[in-house]
Design a protein around this ligand. Structure first.
Ligand SMILES: Nc1ncnc2c1ncn2[C@@H]1O[C@H](COP(=O)(O)OP(=O)(O)OP(=O)(O)O)[C@@H](O)[C@H]1O
Ligand SMILES: [Mg+2]
Length: 246
């Protein structure tokens, strides 16, 4: 409170209370009769340190929403603010810059570069962003330790387990101090133990202040979240439809 008052007196904007603010987002694919409304006016917030799970039947729009939030799709309507910075309506170059600065994205497939070692994979986004090599290496090594992979820095993805690979993927997503984690079915290819490790890692990152939005079909993953959002036909619903009664 005192801090906010000080910011007010100095005329500076107080830090936005939400890490992620999504307002009235809509995204369609195709045109005319073939048009599909994938996301139909969705609003949500994720606070710093919060783990929010996004569930819903196949085709309801979860991945589309996540991609819009990540700034990976053209032509979305509405607003997406990442720590107060607008993502929707900006050029691809601006969206990429904002993503590189603050947003880590993880998919079901880890998408690691097979020829590169774990540490080389993790330092890749830093090197691409122009971080000096030695500094990038230092941060990547520290990030790998943070995800519990100390000692595996020089392994190539082929010689790691699925769970270890996904943790490298999360390390690559979050390296460099990014504060928002967006994950689309991060445990979709993993066995129970590896899934538990990945969920534990998300919880640990959130305890360090990261905001996480995680798409999942797995009720156990959702069970570990602070909040669960349910989507149907491009919109949020209070309660998922009871298919059992059909
Ligand atoms: N590139 C695309 N072109 C046209 N339609 C698309 C495209 N991508 C998705 N869609 C459609 O948009 C809707 C939402 O798809 P989306 O992939 O967001 O669903 P989802 O909830 O992630 O599904 P799943 O659980 O199967 O991954 C679906 O009707 C889908 O067919
Ligand atoms: Mg999907």
């Amino acid at each position: 409170m005192a801090h906010e008052r000080w910011l007010f007196l100095t005329g500076m904007d107080p830090t936005p209370s939400q890490a992620l603010e999504v307002r009235s987002v809509r995204k369609t694919y195709g045109e005319g009769e073939a048009q599909v409304v994938a996301v139909d006016g969705v609003s949500l917030t994720v606070g710093a340190g919060e783990f929010v799970a996004l569930m819903g039947a196949s085709g309801c729009g979860k991945s589309t929403l996540l991609h819009v939030v990540a700034g990976l799709l053209e032509g979305a309507e509405g607003e997406v603010e990442v720590f107060g910075q607008q993502m929707v309506g900006r050029s691809e170059r601006e969206r990429t810059a904002l993503r590189l600065k603050d947003v880590g994205v993880v998919f079901q497939d880890h998408l690691l570069v097979p020829e590169l070692t774990a540490v080389e994979n993790v330092e890749l986004p830093l090197v691409m962003a122009g971080t000096p090599r030695a500094q990038a290496r230092e941060q990547a090594v520290a990030m790998l330790a943070r995800v519990g992979l100390e000692g595996l820095e020089d392994r190539v993805p082929d010689r790691m387990s699925g769970g270890q690979r996904q943790r490298v993927g999360i390390a690559r997503a979050m390296v460099g101090g990014r504060r928002v984690l967006l994950a689309d079915e991060p445990t979709g290819n993993l066995d129970t133990d590896s899934s538990r490790a990945v969920v534990g890692l998300v919880r640990q990152l959130c305890a360090d202040g990261i905001a996480a939005l995680v798409v999942t079909h797995d009720p156990r993953v959702a069970g570990a979240a602070d909040r669960v959002l349910h989507m149907e036909d491009g919109r949020f619903v209070e309660q998922p439809s009871a298919w059992g009664q059909w």
